[in-house]
Design a protein around this ligand. Structure first.
Ligand code: N01
Length: 499
């Protein structure tokens, strides 16, 4: 157990010990920076891969892409890795690269406030107060479960779980279970629990686009070969990257023809797997493929056709002590309700608690009231860098690619800042505004703005999550930190240590 640290001062604080926080720590160490801390609220590293332990959880991006480029992994057991394997990979990285010595476990940051008089951030944690000169947010976009405010939910007599707060000690065997939602989490949960439960009722508000899954075990010989011939792994990874980039990005951002072909493939998949015409109609999306996350699955549709499963599309109006009531007046009696209802993304609670200059809150960026530059820096937030920030999401490729781009940028910035005397840097408002305008303009013609509602948008209907272009263009833009994009002040009092 880590000792509480109170009133400490440290040059760099990283908030969050998931993939991006661990990646930031590794890159800092590689560049020779040792004066930093990773504040992790839990007692283990892992972020989303520690939290999501629901049955069937695995990454829907190919495992060969879902690793850091500086730590390629030849040993993935499946073409799409399961949660435990990814979590192991991440913890192994932290051990191998010496990150653990820098982690303060059980430290939840409750508030981060910029102090102009000292040129530093004050972090209030559950264990005391800490000051840092540079703050790196690695809080993760999909970290705070969202539970829809359904009337009566607090009166339910059975068990309630969110997909990202799974209780492994609770046995579903022989129970009547409800799954609310049919997004990426639900399509993995439903087929995994269907064989063991007595009755499964799946509540669908909007059907997703489901594509055939290329999940298969990787044979031992293939893993051994990739381990022995690292360039082969690099070539396969590069081919996968380009294949996904050149099909998915045009489909989502430019060319209707590619998207229409994918829609036809999805409808054929549905027709092959679901023979019942009424069920097929319920499962047929009426919006453009890609507007919500595309769901790769070979077992979701078949699970819905089983005798113990019902797909309910009537609106949920309330929850009674015995079960869920839908708009047609029907009570669906259940023992356990699983909310696979997603996360607070554009309303991430932490964004209200990161407070920059003049009381500006990060939430204003997510609402579109303040611009973001490359999703990394923001006017009114000096000496602050965000990982997996606004408009840096990708649905088709590995998010770690984007995080690595951000880390290259941040480390390049630090290379310059370390030469200066106690600098305070802030992105220029007009630079950030021009970037935000470009994102808005490019987003307009993307599939994410084509009419459906998804977590990619904020309450104002703006694309706040996705990068609306090829990811290699993001890499090009983040390759160098350009100081002319920033106001850089020197000579502030040394308040939080020197690097
Ligand atoms: O959440 P979601 P998720 N009544 O927001 C429904 C990543 N991820 O946890 O579409 C009824 O996508 C909602 O309906 P609708 C991935 O980036 C990755 O599944 O809003 N239903 C929807 O069906 C993903 O995109 C992986 O009409 C309600 C569902 O709940 C992101 O996490 C695995 C409702 C929420 O879907 C989030 O996925 C899992 C209500 N009141 C997740 N409120 C892998 O790579 C919401 N819904 C493995």
């Amino acid at each position: 157990m880590t000792e509480p640290r109170v009133s400490e001062e440290i040059p760099i604080a990283i908030v969050g010990g998931g993939f991006s926080g661990v990646g930031a720590a590794i890159r800092l160490l590689a560049a020779g920076h040792t004066q930093f801390v990773v504040l992790e609220r839990a007692e283990e590293l892992g972020g989303t891969w520690r939290e999501n332990v629901y049955p069937g959880c695995r990454c829907d991006v190919p495992s060969r892409l879902y690793s850091y480029s500086f730590a390629p992994e030849p040993g993935w057991r499946d073409t799409y890795a399961a949660q435990e394997e990814i979590w192991d990979y991440l913890r192994d990285l932290a051990g191998r690269f010496g990150v653990l010595a820098h982690v303060q476990f059980g430290h939840q940051v409750l508030q981060a406030t910029w102090d102009d008089s000292t040129g530093s951030w004050t972090l209030t944690t559950n264990r005391g107060v800490l000051r840092c000169r540079y703050l790196i947010s690695a809080i993760g976009a999909l970290a705070e479960p969202s539970l829809p405010p359904i009337p009566g939910a607090d009166r339910f007599g059975g068990t309630v779980m969110h997909s990202a707060r799974w209780d492994r000690s609770h046995r579903l065997e022989g129970e009547r279970v409800a799954v609310i939602g049919t997004g990426a989490s639900a399509v993995q949960i439903v087929p995994s629990i269907q064989p063991e439960v007595e009755r499964l009722t799946v509540f669908q508000r909007t059907p997703g686009w489901v594509l055939p899954h290329r999940l298969r075990p990787v044979p031992d010989w293939e893993r051994r070969l990739l381990g022995r011939v690292p360039p082969l792994l690099r070539v396969l990874r590069t081919l996968l990257y380009w294949q996904r980039e050149l099909v998915a990005v045009p489909a989502f951002t430019k060319y209707d023809g590619i998207r229409a072909a994918l829609e036809r493939q999805s409808l054929r998949h549905l027709a092959r797997q679901v023979k019942d015409a009424e069920l097929r109609t319920k499962l047929t999306p009426d919006y453009q493929l890609g507007c919500k996350r595309v769901l790769p699955s070979n077992d979701f549709y078949p699970a819905l056709t089983k005798d113990n499963v019902e797909l309910v599309t009537d609106r949920i109006i309330r929850i009674d002590p015995e079960g869920i009531v839908t708009a047609d007046g029907r009570l669906h009696p259940v023992d356990t309700i699983i909310f696979a209802t997603g996360f607070h993304v554009s309303d991430h609670p932490m964004a209200e608690r990161i407070v920059g200059r003049d009381s500006h809150r990060l939430a204003e960026v997510l609402r579109g009231a303040l611009p973001s530059y490359l999703g990394i820096t923001f006017p009114e937030f000096p000496n602050f860098f965000m990982l997996s920030g606004p408009n840096t999401g990708t649905g088709h490729t590995s998010q770690l690619f984007m995080v690595e781009c951000q880390l290259t940028y941040v480390l390049d910035a630090f290379g310059l800042l370390w030469e200066l005397e106690n600098p305070v840097i802030e992105v220029l408002e007009d630079v950030a505004q021009a970037h935000a305008d470009e994102i808005e303009r490019r987003s307009r013609r993307t599939v994410w703005m084509s009419g459906c509602r998804s977590w990619y948008q904020n309450a104002q209907g703006q694309n706040i999550a996705m990068w609306p272009d090829y990811t290699f263009t993001y890499r090009r833009r983040t390759r160098r930190f350009d100081p002319s994009d920033y106001r850089i002040e020197e000579g502030r009092p040394v308040s939080a240590g020197s690097p």
